[in-house]
Design a protein around this ligand. Structure first.
Ligand SMILES: Cc1ncc(COP(=O)(O)O)c(C=O)c1O
Length: 431
């Protein structure tokens, strides 16, 4: 299809509601193919994909191991529903559990798969409610957990809310944003506020709390050291279970650890997975304590595609390649190089208010004024367009759309990292 024809057909046949999600409004980028960390448009122009397609393409495009494992499974059996046993989902669950810390409370981890992150989030909430017998859940402000049903109830952006009642049963605690949070760069006031929220806005006995170790879509806001530990204690005292949303922070992307919660020295009761899990194949899921899953086992819970063997083959390739190619260590080294370079850029460009994150989850917040921290949104749009010209695709997160996010496939090279820093430098210098 020619470019104009494709754009017109998309407007004609795909829902207008998708318009709000497209990048580069008015001048869309059409992706033709991908290789490694790069994508190519219809004219053959190459881009470093600093989005990793919303972090889903973790190993890289057309990775030979994913292609071989997927293709072999595709030829063997393309689908088996959960009514039947199949080797792929069983092997995947075993291999996944081997990548989790051993529990010292005598419980083991079990896996339940789904097709998308939001489905897995809803599953986690249902499990928390079934296990505790409580209903109310706590999420953080500025959190993104998906847009279906309960997931949407816990997501905390007004851009994703209708002016009508959403899913009931969620209260939102102040997120401990160390750059522009309501209480500043501290820890205890946020924990105290969480306690007060439970006392004032819930029955006092809650089903649980969900936390992203780094709020990704909220603009790369890392939980400060001690927050998850303190919050987990408060939640367990109120009878709830603790859920770590590892949809973005899982699978080695942080470099320092395979899972985000590990860096915080806590052990969740439920872990939610998605995105990078399948190197682009739709697969997500929940890993939880066996007793949590047992409470839920009274109810028949089923969905048609969960545990699809081709998606499981892709997910097995992710675990294998991260280990075989040392991608977690590579994410750490690349992240350190990028972070150091971004700090140098911050010293040179007033527009950069803050640089934060870890591994290959990095954020660059643009502000008009370093004291008021007024979001530099139009400036960001110009920088984004210049980066595109230079061959780098980046999205901006946070409700105010002023934080660039760097989340490329884990196979990004040091040369790519240096080239991205140069491109940023030039795009910022151009004003
Ligand atoms: C942290 C987090 N949790 C959950 C989700 C929902 O995942 P999905 O879009 O696959 O439903 C997302 C999606 O962006 C996410 O970033």
């Amino acid at each position: 299809m020619l470019r104009d024809e494709l754009i017109a057909a998309r407007e004609r046949y795909l829902s207008p509601s998708l318009g709000t999600t497209s990048l580069y409004a008015g001048n869309p980028l059409i992706l033709s193919h991908g290789q490694g960390q790069y994508v190519f448009d219809e004219s053959g122009k190459r881009f470093l994909d600093c989005t990793g397609q919303n972090m889903c393409v973790s190993l890289g495009f057309a990775h030979p191991v994913t292609m071989a494992m997927v293709s072999e499974q595709m030829h063997r059996l393309q689908h088996a529903t959960t009514l039947f046993y199949n080797e792929q989902s069983v092997c995947y669950a075993r291999e996944l559990v081997a990548h989790l810390p051993v529990r010292e409370d005598g419980e083991d981890w079990v896996v339940q798969l789904s097709n998308s992150g939001a489905e897995a989030i809803d599953l986690a909430y249902m499990m928390a409610r079934a296990h505790t017998g409580h209903y109310e859940m706590v999420a953080l402000r500025n959190a993104y957990h998906g847009l279906q049903f309960g997931a949407a109830g816990s997501t905390s952006f007004n851009t994703n809310r209708f002016a009508s009642p959403g899913m009931q049963g969620f209260v939102h605690a102040m997120h401990p944003d160390q750059y522009k949070g309501s209480f500043g760069a501290v820890l205890e006031p946020y924990l105290l506020e969480l306690k007060r929220l439970i006392a004032a806005s819930t029955s006092g006995r809650i089903a649980g709390m969900i936390i992203e170790p780094i709020q990704g879509s909220g603009g790369v806001v890392p939980m400060p050291p001690g927050y998850m530990e303190g919050a987990f204690r408060i939640i367990r005292d109120a009878g709830g279970v603790c859920i770590s949303d590892e949809v973005q922070t899982g699978f080695g992307r942080l470099g320092s650890a395979y899972w985000g919660f590990v860096d915080h020295g806590v052990l969740p009761d439920i872990i939610v997975l998605g995105k990078g899990m399948g190197n682009g194949f739709p697969i997500a899921g929940v890993v939880c304590r066996r007793s949590v899953a047992e409470s839920f086992a009274r109810m028949k819970f089923f969905n048609t595609y969960a545990g699809n063997p081709v998606a499981c083959a892709a997910a097995r390739s992710v675990l294998k390649v991260i280990d075989d190619e040392g991608l977690q260590t590579h994410a750490r080294l690349c992240g350190e190089r990028l972070l150091a370079g971004l700090m140098r850029l911050k010293a040179r460009h007033e527009l950069i208010g803050d640089v934060r994150g870890k591994g290959l989850i990095l954020g660059i917040e643009l502000v008009r004024d370093r004291v008021t921290r007024e979001p530099a949104v139009e400036e960001g749009t110009r920088v984004q367009a210049r980066l595109r010209e230079a061959g780098f695709i980046l999205v901006r997160g946070s409700p105010t759309r002023n934080t660039f996010r760097i989340n490329p496939p884990l196979c990004i090279s040091f040369d790519d990292a240096d080239a991205l820093l140069d491109a940023f430098d030039q795009a910022l210098a151009a004003g």
